[in-house]
Design a binder for this molecule. Structure first.
Ligand code: NAD
Length: 353
């Protein structure tokens, strides 16, 4: 039995689905169901007895402690977070509450649970904290990619709150001996991505005939990884990672935002041509840059590749094609997310229980 927090969000839901496809080990999924948490992401395992969903806030230490004592997991993977940089600029409070206070409360509940385990279970237990490359700050265009030894220099309220959570996890290991692992991954893309983030936003806006807004000159560089490769890396770190260590996760796919958007447009031109025969590129519109927008992130994932033998299954070209295809195949998911009707569905699920 494992616990996953934030398993109704983009990466967490992909992880839970992938986990149950590859193993019979049950998952208890703890998620607050904020605007970003979507039970519809998990509808294919709704009746699967190996999946137990519990709506809860990771700040609720008493409930988490009770659930730990009841289910006795061998590991916890912490995905729960506020994750959108733009939202963190407009309202940082939730980011501090969930990413910092929430991680702290979770660590405290887990520490007390772990302390009470028998010796053999205690040494097997793992707390895996899922984090981001944004904690490292910004790279110049010529600087080498971030390694695990790079200084923490977060620049947005989001990355600062994630950096704080990483530090708490590290301290709980060094101070209390909690067996932790941390992963710092680059930008993910793929199925189930909430359409406020760059790639799904561009796909959805393009199909709706809306402008494709690009911040500043569009030359901000990010390193992209298909979400299922992020999931396989987490699994690998959980299975074989060395306690107390940090692993960078990335796909060696540095791309400027403008190139990402042009790639999406090109795929849509091919897979769902516009009625007027013009390219979706015509819908690109440059907008005022985000304040404090980091220019470049790049991840050096060689430690994970060398020490744990992990490699991504997708190239950017194969992954982005699958992603565009998924959005074309799932218009109802997009419509539900946009209309909030999945929330009504959630209410109904609970009412029926
Ligand atoms: P997301 O916003 O899609 O999902 C976050 C999930 O956490 C949601 O289901 C939400 O309901 C839940 N949640 C939020 N606050 C909670 C709370 N207080 N208690 C319980 N649940 C809560 O985010 P994501 O993109 O899936 O990211 C998941 C994790 O992976 C985050 O920690 C993020 O920092 C990290 N990460 C994401 C990316 C990426 O590109 N998406 C890259 C690297 C790291």
């Amino acid at each position: 039995m494992i616990f996953v927090t934030g398993g109704a969000g983009f990466v967490g839901a992909n992880f839970v689905l992938n986990w149950l496809k590859n193993s019979d080990e049950p998952v208890v999924n703890l998620d607050k169901l904020t605007y970003a948490g979507n039970l519809e992401n998990l509808s294919s395992i709704q009746d699967d007895p190996r999946h137990i969903f519990i709506q809860t806030d990771i700040r609720d230490g008493a409930l988490i402690s009770q659930l730990l004592a009841q289910h006795r997991p061998r590991a916890i993977i912490n995905f729960a977070a506020e994750s959108h940089v733009d939202r963190s600029i407009h309202g940082p409070e939730d980011f501090i509450q969930t990413n910092v206070v929430g991680t702290f409360r979770l660590l405290e509940s887990v520490r007390s649970y772990w302390n009470g385990l028998e010796l053999a279970d205690k040494s097997e237990f793992r707390f895996l904290h899922v984090s981001t490359d944004e904690v490292y700050g910004m790279l110049s265009s010529t600087a080498p990619a971030f390694t695990e030894d790079h200084n923490y220099e977060p620049n947005s309220p989001y990355s600062a709150s994630k950096a704080a959570s990483d530090h708490l996890v590290r301290a709980w290991h060094h101070t209390y001996g909690l067996p932790v692992l941390t992963t710092n991954c680059s930008n993910n893309y793929g199925p189930l991505h909430f359409p406020e983030k760059l790639i799904p936003l561009m796909i959805v806006n393009a199909l709706e005939g809306k402008p494709l807004p690009i911040y500043g000159d569009g030359m901000q560089v990010r390193d992209w990884l298909y979400v299922r490769d992020h999931c396989s890396a987490i699994r690998r770190v959980l299975d074989a990672g060395k306690v107390g260590e940090t692993y960078n996760v990335g796909g060696w796919n540095e791309k400027a935002n403008i190139d990402i958007v042009k790639t999406v447009c090109g795929l849509l031109d091919e897979m769902r041509p516009r009625a007027d025969g013009k390219s979706y590129v015509e819908q690109i519109s440059f907008v005022t840059d985000r304040p404090g927008h980091d220019r470049r992130y790049a991840i050096d994932a060689r430690k994970l590749e060398r020490e744990l033998g992990w490699t991504p299954a997708e190239t950017f070209e194969t992954g982005i094609r699958k992603t565009v295809q998924w959005y074309l195949d799932n218009p109802q998911w997009v419509a539900n997310v946009q209309s909030g009707s999945y929330r009504d569905w959630v209410q109904k699920q609970y009412a029926d229980q």
